[in-house]
Design a binder for this molecule. Structure first.
Ligand code: PMP
Ligand code: GLN
Length: 388
């Protein structure tokens, strides 16, 4: 693990705490999830759900995840063999990659990429092959899949494609056409797709999240990963799940046994019930987040940043070059002093010298999963950056 230091999220949250800056860096909501969910977890603690749960997860949650995948996407899963509960999506991704890739194998990753991917590929001993998501030529600011670059990242050694949609940090929700490109290449190279869909319910403006597992021929070769953290605003609970064909889930389960064995006993039954809250719950959260997205985007524009319009997640990527800043990492270190706000440099999601590094260099990611008051305060402060 030489070359890996403290994560950028920890670094930037510590910077915010040290300086009293408004923290729009690390993505965690400043309000709790649904009251029923919190009460169910408290009740589970009070009623003795405090010892090791089964390694694969408590049956109520396995069944609830299967119901959720059927209700939302029409995916049929056997709860006993095709669902695995993990310590957050992070452990799900780790268990999947460690199970499927090793020395001599290659893992295709779309960059910018969530920081745990490069770390877990390194732990597996496999080699990362990156393809960039690039700002679209239409000037919309949307980061789009580059089909030629993706194809070039595949080789006879490709074992796994590590996908993430809705995508952190760019906010791109991959279209069916983009997903089909990935699917075609995975089929052609007999690769497994490991897809991180933690932002599945945080999509805006009528965009639709399509799990790649629903594309023809893909359910058989896809491990789909999600977690309660974003969907129910409980990022500290670390309850995630992996779904897919029994043999692949079994391989991930074998690894997971020796990462954490099991965890989150009182949280699992609570999340199981929350997964049945239904579509209205998800729609309301997405609508509220969309409103806060627009609030932050307007504030960033008023402060002089250029921004796109994220289709999903709770992040906006902002380009500070109109304000005269060329290096997002330097700007993030200075931003508490300059404006009393913390963001995260997009370059932290890129391999140095990788295919996305140059485009990412100036960019800063800000989160809008904060209360209106916090977002207003941040926007007000960011106006200090405007040349007078
Ligand atoms: N994947 C992505 C794309 C994320 O942004 C995050 C962080 N929030 C995670 C995984 C981690 O999820 P969890 O907290 O459930 O481990
Ligand atoms: N996923 C969150 C983000 O992207 C933070 C997760 C973490 O701190 N590791 O901001």
């Amino acid at each position: 693990m030489r070359g890996f230091g403290p994560t950028v999220f920890a670094e930037m949250t510590a910077l915010a705490q040290r300086t009293g800056a408004v923290n729009l860096g690390q993505g965690f909501p400043d309000t709790d999830g649904p009251a029923s969910l919190l009460a169910d977890a408290a009740e589970a603690i009070r009623t003795g759900h405090n010892q090791y749960p089964p390694g694969a997860g408590v049956p109520a949650l396995l069944e609830a995840v299967a119901r959720h995948q059927r209700r939302c996407y029409g995916l049929e899963l056997d709860p006993a063999s095709q669902v695995l509960v993990t310590a957050g999506a992070t452990e799900g991704v780790a268990a999947a990659v460690l199970a499927l890739a090793g020395p001599g194998d290659e893992v295709v990753v779309l960059e910018p990429a969530y920081d745990s991917y490069a770390a877990v590929v390194a732990l597996s001993g496999a080699r990362q092959r990156s393809a960039a998501l690039r700002p679209a030529a239409d000037g919309s600011g949307r980061f789009a899949l580059d089909g030629a670059a993706l194809r070039a990242a595949f080789s006879p050694r490709t074992r796994v494609v590590l996908l993430n949609s809705p995508h952190n940090p760019t906010g791109t929700v991959l279209t069916v056409e983009e997903l089909q490109l990935v699917a075609d290449l995975a089929l052609e190279h007999d690769a497994v797709v490991v897809t991180d869909e933690v932002y599945e319910h945080l999509v805006f403006d009528g965009a639709r999240h399509v799990p790649i597992a629903t594309l023809p021929g893909m359910a058989e070769r896809t491990l789909t990963i999600s977690s309660a953290g974003k969907t129910f605003s409980v990022t500290g609970w670390k309850i995630g799940w992996v779904t897919g064909p029994a043999e692949l889930v079994s391989a991930a389960r074998t690894v997971k046994q020796f990462l954490t064995y099991s965890g989150g006993a009182p949280f699992q039954p609570a999340v199981a019930r929350a997964l049945d809250l239904g579509d209205d719950f998800h729609r309301e959260l997405a609508a509220d987040l969309q409103r806060r997205r627009d609030l932050l985007r307007e504030g960033l524009s008023a402060a002089g940043f250029a921004t796109g319009t994220p289709e999903g997640t709770y992040f906006v990527v902002a380009d500070p070059r109109p304000l005269g800043f060329e290096d997002g990492t330097e700007l993030c270190r200075a931003l508490p002093q300059l404006a009393g706000v913390v963001g995260v440099p997009v370059s932290a999601f890129c391999t140095p010298d990788g295919p996305a590094a140059a485009a990412a260099r100036p960019l800063v990611r800000f989160t809008f999963c904060k209360s209106d008051a916090v977002l207003h305060e941040a926007c007000e402060r960011l106006r200090a950056l405007r040349p007078r």
